[in-house]
Design a protein around this ligand. Structure first.
Ligand code: R5P
Length: 300
């Protein structure tokens, strides 16, 4: 049985359609003070249940809702509860960067396990080490095969050489995997220096010649868009002709949509792991659905 929290009902509907199922009913009541009450309506006794709830903005609210849905399913007798959390909020705080900080991801993993989650399915996690934080099984899916397919389509319309680019060192593994999927397309790595206090990017450099190539920048997520724009500027300064951007999670905080509509960029491809409301959509944006990737994971 497939259930959905409030964060991405469209994705839940698409996944259910692939599986020839309907999304099962949940009663989600919001009290005047913002607290939520969750009630399972359908009979879940001895059933394997799946809850689709990416935990992007508002992350705290979406997590709380997920905790309560898992608890309600457990109390209603579900045999198993698998969390389909394609975007895992708080994943970037996976260790102590500066003394005195909380390790937010551990708090999240411990709470999910405590409320009764059996397994979690995530998409393009920020770091491959994140599954180690969980004691329950983690299935780590990727949108890279979909990106490879789209890049091949774009390449049919292009002339000249191409290059894959990771806008930071954390994406090296990702870019190598994508390069292998694309017959070893060359890749370049941008090194950026971030201010740990403010999060702003101080300096960036690129590790190889990119002149006269079309660049495909690939990242796990876009929040403010500053990483992508810093990368695009650097690539243009180094003689790249066209730039296409691919990111799995469109968190799109603050002015990201305006920033990404930049003349430096041809198109921005995001998946539907995070729901993008109409007001955040921009002309250069194209959304690639990961519903079939998730549906295949559920059925297998
Ligand atoms: C950082 O390490 C991530 O891979 C992304 O590059 C980053 O989170 C994007 O954030 P923003 O869009 O705010 O620059």
């Amino acid at each position: 049985m497939i259930f959905s929290g409030s964060s991405n009902k469209e994705l839940a509907e698409s996944v259910a359609r692939y599986l020839n199922l309907a999304v099962s009913s949940l009663e989600i009541t919001v009290f005047p003070d913002g607290e939520r009450r969750i009630r399972v309506i359908d009979d879940v006794l001895e059933k394997d249940t799946f809850v689709i709830q990416p935990t992007a903005t508002p992350g705290d609210q979406n997590y709380m809702e997920l905790f309560l849905i898992v608890d309600a399913l457990r109390r209603s007798g579900a045999r198993s509860v698998t969390g389909i959390v394609p975007y895992l909020g708080y994943q970037r705080q996976d260790h102590v960067f500066r003394s005195g900080e909380a390790v937010s991801l551990e708090v999240i993993s411990e709470t999910l396990e405590r409320v009764g989650l059996s397994k979690i399915v995530c998409l393009d996690l920020h770091s491959v080490k994140i599954p180690e934080v969980f004691s329950i099984p983690v299935l780590h899916l990727s949108a890279l095969p979909l990106f490879a397919q789209k890049i091949r389509e774009i390449m049919e319309t292009l002339e000249g050489k191409t290059i894959l680019v990771t806008p930071d060192m954390g994406g090296i593994r990702r870019i190598k995997q994508l390069s292998e999927m694309l017959d070893n397309m060359p890749y370049a790595i941008i090194e950026k220096d971030r201010d740990l206090e403010t999060g702003s990017i101080r300096d960036a450099s690129i590790d190889r010649e990119v002149k006269d190539r079309t660049a495909f920048i690939v990242d796990d997520m876009i929040s403010t868009g500053k990483t992508i724009i810093a990368a695009a500027k650097l690539l243009k300064e180094n003689g790249v002709n066209k730039i296409y951007v691919f990111a799995t999670h469109g968190v799109l905080s603050k002015e990201a949509p305006e920033i990404l509509e930049s003349e430096l960029i041809e198109k921005v491809y995001l998946t539907d792991s995070v729901y993008v409301p109409e007001e955040k959509k921009f002309p250069k944006l194209e959304i690639i659905s990961i519903a079939d990737t998730i549906a295949n994971a559920i059925s297998s």
